[in-house]
Design a protein around this ligand. Structure first.
Ligand SMILES: [Zn+2]
Length: 396
C-alpha cells in the first residue's frame, strides 16, 4: 500500500470508473500517476527483463466510501460494548479512527467521506492519512455537522439556533470542514416503520445553510429520511441526501433537476433486518425493516433510471457496518436492486470522486489510486473480497 515512483501492473481485465474492459492491459506508473495503459498483458515479457510486475486478474480505481464515521467501530453489535465505546477518551477514539482508516484501505477503499463526529477526530485522521506510509485511506472530512438543540445527532453535530447562529456556524465550519453536514431529520423509528419526528430545519433555514456554505466554497450533505425532510432537502438543493429512506418519485425528480446526489446507505438497515437478534426486534418490526429495504431498492432503481447521481456509501461505524468490508455488501445491495454492476461500481468510484471534485477515472495522467484483485467481479461478485494490493496515488 503505497504511492509509487515506478511500477508496472499487468491485469486480465479492468474497470476505469465507468466502463468494464474484459481485456488484458498493462499499466505503467510514474510518480504516483498513470504514465501509460497498453492493451495486452506484457507482465511475463517485462518480468523476463527483470522488471517487477504486479500481476492480477482485475484492476479498478480505489473504492470511495461516501459515508462513514471513522471514530465508530461497526464490528461490535452488542449494546453495552457500543455504549462503552462512546464513553472512551478522545485519544482512544482517535486511535479507533486510525484503525478504521487502515481497515478501509485493506479492503481497497482509498478515500472515505467522514460524515461527522463532534470531536473533529476526522480532521486529525485526514491530516495524518496524507502520509501514504501510514497505510490509511484518505479522508474527506465533514468535521462536525450542524443540528437543532435537543434533537438527534449529538455525536456528530453542533447545535445552531437562529439565522445569525446558522450563518456564524456554517462560516466557521467552512474554514476546516471539506463539506457541511446538515442533520435535517432524526432516524427511522423501526417499531413504527416510519420517521416520526418533524424536520429540524425549515425550507428557508435549509436554503440559508446551503447558500452560506456555497458562499464559503463548500458543498453540503444532509442526513435525511422521511417524506417531509426529503422534500426540504431536495428543494433547498443540498449537495447530497444521505440515507433518504422513504424516498418518492417527486423528490427524485427535484433531485435530478437540482443536481442533488443520493447516498442510500442500505447497510445499517440491512444489518438490522439480517441480524434482528442483535437488537431484539419483534416479527412485526422485522417486517417493517424488509418493507423499508424493498422500497429503498425500488427507489434506487428509479433514481438510476431517472439519472439521479448516486454516491455509494455505507454508514460504516453503525452497528454491524464494518469499515471497508461494508463496501462489498453495499455494492451487492445495488446489484440486488437491479442495477448493473457497472453502475454500482461507478457509484463507488467515479461518481464519488466527481462529486468531490477529484479526477474521476483511471486514465493516463490521473493519480494511480487503484486496487488489484485476484478475480474479476464481473465474472462473480464473490471476487469482491480484499484486493491483493492497493495504491494510494499522489495526495490531492
Ligand atoms: Zn452516518
Amino acid at each position: 500500500m503505497n504511492s509509487v515512483e515506478f511500477a508496472v501492473v499487468a491485469t486480465e481485465g479492468w474497470f476505469n470508473g465507468e466502463r468494464h474492459r474484459a481485456e488484458p492491459a498493462t499499466f505503467r506508473i510514474k510518480n504516483g500517476k498513470v504514465d501509460s495503459i497498453t492493451s495486452g498483458n506484457y507482465g511475463t515479457v517485462l518480468a523476463a527483463q527483470g522488471i517487477r510486475v504486479h500481476q492480477g486478474a482485475f484492476l479498478m480505481p480505489g473504492l470511495v466510501d461516501a459515508h462513514v464515521h471513522l471514530f465508530l467501530d461497526g464490528g461490535p453489535t452488542d449494546g453495552p460494548t457500543r455504549s462503552a465505546h462512546m464513553k472512551k477518551s478522545v485519544e482512544e477514539l482517535t486511535e479507533a479512527a486510525r484503525i478504521s482508516a487502515r481497515q478501509s484501505l485493506s479492503w481497497g477503499v482509498t478515500l472515505v467521506r467522514d460524515a461527522g463526529d463532534k470531536h473533529g477526530i476526522n480532521h486529525v485522521v485526514r491530516s495524518e492519512a496524507v502520509d501514504a506510509t501510514l497505510g490509511m485511506s484518505r479522508v474527506r472530512s465533514g468535521g462536525s455537522g450542524i443540528k437543532r438543540a435537543k434533537r438527534y445527532g449529538a455525536f456528530m453535530a453542533k447545535d445552531v439556533d437562529d439565522n445569525d447562529s446558522i450563518r456564524r456556524s456554517v462560516t466557521d465550519l467552512s474554514l476546516i470542514n471539506d463539506e457541511i453536514k446538515i442533520i435535517l431529520t432524526g432516524i427511522i423509528d423501526f417499531d413504527a416503520g416510519a420517521v416520526t419526528d418533524e424536520p429540524q430545519f425549515t425550507l428557508a433555514e435549509a436554503e440559508l445553510i446551503v447558500a452560506t456554505a456555497k458562499a464559503c466554497g463548500r458543498k453540503t450533505f444532509s442526513h435525511c429520511s422521511g417524506e417531509k425532510g426529503l422534500s426540504i432537502a431536495s428543494r433547498a438543493g443540498v449537495g447530497s441526501i444521505e440515507h433518504g429512506f422513504f424516498m418518492n418519485r417527486e423528490t427524485l425528480s427535484i433531485m435530478r433537476d437540482k443536481q442533488v446526489a443520493w447516498t442510500p446507505t442500505f447497510c445499517p438497515v440491512h444489518f438490522q433486518w439480517d441480524k434482528p437478534e442483535a437488537v431484539g426486534w419483534s416479527d412485526t418490526t422485522i417486517g417493517h425493516l424488509r418493507r423499508i429495504l424493498d422500497s429503498h431498492a425500488e427507489h434506487l432503481r428509479l433514481a438510476h433510471e431517472m439519472g439521479v447521481t448516486l454516491l455509494l456509501g455505507t454508514d460504516a461505524g453503525s452497528m454491524g457496518v464494518e469499515h471497508g468490508k461494508a463496501m462489498m455488501a453495499e455494492i451487492r445491495r445495488y446489484v440486488e436492486a437491479g442495477l448493473p454492476l457497472t453502475s454500482a461500481l461507478q457509484a463507488a468510484t467515479a461518481s464519488n470522486r466527481h462529486h468531490f471534485d477529484l479526477p474521476a477515472l483511471l486514465a493516463v495522467g490521473a493519480p494511480f489510486e487503484a486496487a488489484l484483485y485476484a478475480g474479476d467481479p464481473f465474472m462473480s461478485l464473490d471476487h469482491l473480497v480484499k484486493p491483493q494490493q492497493v495504491w494510494l496515488g499522489s495526495p490531492a
